[in-house]
Write a protein that binds this ligand. Structure first.
Ligand code: ATP
Ligand code: MP5
Length: 263
């Protein structure tokens, strides 16, 4: 069985972060492992608390996992401080980890800031250049690009600039566009659109975590990046279309929409 490791924050309500990642990896047929960067106390209406692990404890989790079970792919989500980002960057280098998907999580759907300003700089200089692909949403792309994005042409220009600057593939997600759900993949000097039908579902907590984990799962299984994104896009569309409706805010998706529940 192929394996994938998520390095991310825990979401107590189970829709995003480590919990979404493990559900997604499991539903996509790979063995999921985790190294937790922070505990969050949150639900579908907001984040009330964040308790980070120490850089040493993150390093210990990563070393224990990697030296025992080799991860065929790695997904990195919420990492809120520079010290933790540096540990992850060092670990990628030390073990020469491959198929590294970085979701540069900055702000939760509910509005809470999940990274410090200083950590954004470390993310840019230390982690993004080590990624196979990064998966920013539109606001995150604007932060990395330094300019507003108001059109499909802007998405292409931003993804091209980020890809050429940091030497990684860039999947600029269009979930924040109100008219469609088209994502743009810029890699190797060219781009491709992954078109999605917008699903009329207000429950989008954890969509970014889920998409990036599905891409990591597909890379672990040996798919090339284009196929990995294409299959991941179909998985997230299915999870959204299942129309789970839980909680008082923007609720989670049904990650197990294609999993048989009776044994
Ligand atoms: N209503 C929708 N219908 C169909 N696809 C959607 C919808 N909303 C988001 N998506 C898709 O979900 C994926 C995640 O995109 P999005 O831009 O929402 O990421 P995000 O903002 O990082 O997510 P998060 O909500 O976790 O912060 C993308 O493939 C996007 O196209
Ligand atoms: C631990 C953790 N990681 C990531 C997110 C972002 O997901 P979303 O923007 O869908 O809330 C989150 N809310 N919590």
């Amino acid at each position: 069985m192929k394996t994938a490791l998520t390095i991310a924050g825990s979401d107590s309500c189970g829709g995003a972060g480590i919990q979404a990642d493990i559900k997604t990896m499991t539903a996509n047929g790979v063995y999921a492992m985790s190294a937790i960067t922070a505990l969050t106390a949150q639900n579908t209406t907001g984040v009330t608390g964040i308790m980070e692990v120490t850089p040493d404890f993150l390093r210990e989790q990563l070393t224990d996992v990697i030296e025992d079970i080799w991860p065929d792919a790695v997904k990195i989500g919420m990492v809120s401080s520079s010290g933790l980002i540096q540990v992850i960057a060092d670990t990628i280098e030390t073990y020469q980890l491959k198929n590294v998907v970085v979701d540069p999580v900055m702000v939760a759907t509910s509005g809470a800031k999940l990274i410090s300003d200083e950590a954004i700089e470390t993310l840019k200089t230390q982690l993004i250049p080590k990624a196979t692909v990064i998966t920013p949403n539109i606001p995150e792309t604007e932060v990395l690009f330094g300019k507003k994005i108001t059109s499909a042409e802007d998405m292409i220009a931003a993804a091209k600039w980020i890809s050429e600057t940091y030497h990684c593939a860039v999947l600029c997600k269009g979930g924040h566009n109100m008219n469609d759900a088209n994502d743009l993949l810029y890699r190797d000097g060219g781009y491709q659109w992954f078109k999605g039908k917008r699903i009329d579902n207000p429950n989008t907590h954890g969509t970014g975590c889920t998409l990036s984990s599905a891409i990591a799962s597909n890379l672990a299984k040996g798919m090339n990046l284009d196929d990995a994104v294409d299959c991941a896009k179909r998985y997230i569309s299915g999870a959204l279309a299942a129309m789970l409706d839980l909680g008082k805010g923007s609720g989670p998706m049904n990650h197990a929409f294609a999993v048989e529940g009776t044994y």
